[in-house]
Structure formats: C-alpha cells, structure tokens
Design a protein. Structure first.
Length: 202
C-alpha cells in the first residue's frame, strides 16, 4: 500500500488493529517509513467507510453512553479545547463570528463556544445522522459535505479527533478549509499513538 500523505510505499506493519466491530477484521496498523504517518491496512473503500461512519457511534462504541460522568468528562475536555483555541485567536487577533466544525459528535465544543458567543453562526458536518436533531437543538446548522462550498467565507474551521478517520487527509483538509476567509483560523486535534495505551483502537 502507499501512504495517503506522502505516497511512499515504504510502509511497515506495526501491530494488528484491535476492534470490536468485524468491519476491521484482519486490519493492521502500519507506519510510513518516510513521513511516519500511521494508518490501517487495508484501507476500506470509500463507500464502505461512508456506510460505517453514517452510524459511527453504534458501529464504533455500541451507541451513545448516557452516563453523567461521561457527559462531565466530555464537557471538561471541550472547555480545555476551547480555552486553547480562544487563547490562539486572541494572540493572532482573529475575530470569530462564524465557524464550521467537522465531526462535532454530540456537540460539546459547540455548546461551550456558543455559551461564550451566543450569536455565533455555527455550521457542522456530522456523518452520523442520529446526532443531527440534538445538534440542531443546541444551535447548529447541519450541512452536507457536498454543500460546504456553498457557505460564505468563514472565520474558523474546527476538526477534533476527526482527521484520523479520513481516507484522504490532504483532500479532506483542502475541501473543508476552502471556505476559510483570509486570516481565518483552523483548530485541529488528533490522537498521538493512542494504540500504545488502548486495548481497542476503534
């Protein structure tokens, strides 16, 4: 296989990919010898990957966890992320009145952002349609991937723990940042080798 970032074929197997869902049966974690990108092999087809992500929380986690402890944890993490992002925005003198978040999940970061800026225009692209009603209830405008280029230039684009779920990270970033205004900001967060301390990698 070729690395989806640098296209090098110097790719080695790191370990088996551990997942509860049979979708990943036989998959392995691999690493590129050129850019150190890690990925699963074989990569799924675009159609099968889209189908998996359309019900991501069921497929990956068995559904949403209603625990108040989980909600408190996710809220706390959202506040930490938002504080870091706002610190950066202030340092760079970036004013934000419109945001596009890709893969917001249940919208914890959006909720915290809108508490601080109630009039914030907040657009989201969320592949798991079971979350759409709740996102809308909390103030999001849900749009399809194909409709991103119809948006007016936006002040910020956010993707936390999403980039690692894409088959084409460079194309993904190009598509979603195409609506960013000149001088706007991007906030990206990805896990770092989390397979080294997780029993399941899904």
């Amino acid at each position: 296989m070729a690395c989806p970032i640098c296209k090098s074929t110097d790719v080695v197997i790191v370990k088996p990919y551990a997942a509860a869902n049979p979708f990943f049966a036989g998959s392995k974690i691999c690493q590129c010898g050129e850019c150190n990108m890690q990925m699963i092999s074989p990569l799924p087809s675009e159609d099968s990957w889209e189908s998996y992500n359309n019900s991501y929380f069921i497929n990956a986690h068995g559904g949403l966890n209603p625990s108040k402890w989980i909600e408190a944890y996710n809220t706390g993490v959202a506040k930490i992320r938002l504080n870091a992002f706002i610190k950066y925005l202030n340092q760079e003198n970036v004013t934000v009145s419109s945001v596009l978040e890709i893969g917001p999940g249940q919208g914890y970061l959006m909720r915290e952002f809108k508490k601080r800026l109630p009039n914030l225009d907040y657009y989201v692209v969320e592949s798991d349609s079971s979350l759409h009603d709740d996102l809308i209830r909390h103030g999001a405008t849900v749009i399809n991937v194909a409709d991103v280029n119809t948006l007016k230039p936006l002040d910020a684009v956010i993707a936390t723990h999403v980039l690692e779920h894409t088959l084409d990270p460079i194309g993904f970033l190009g598509h979603f940042t195409s609506v960013l205004r000149p001088g706007g900001a991007v906030f990206i967060e990805t896990p770092c080798l989390d397979h080294e301390y997780k029993d399941l990698h899904e």
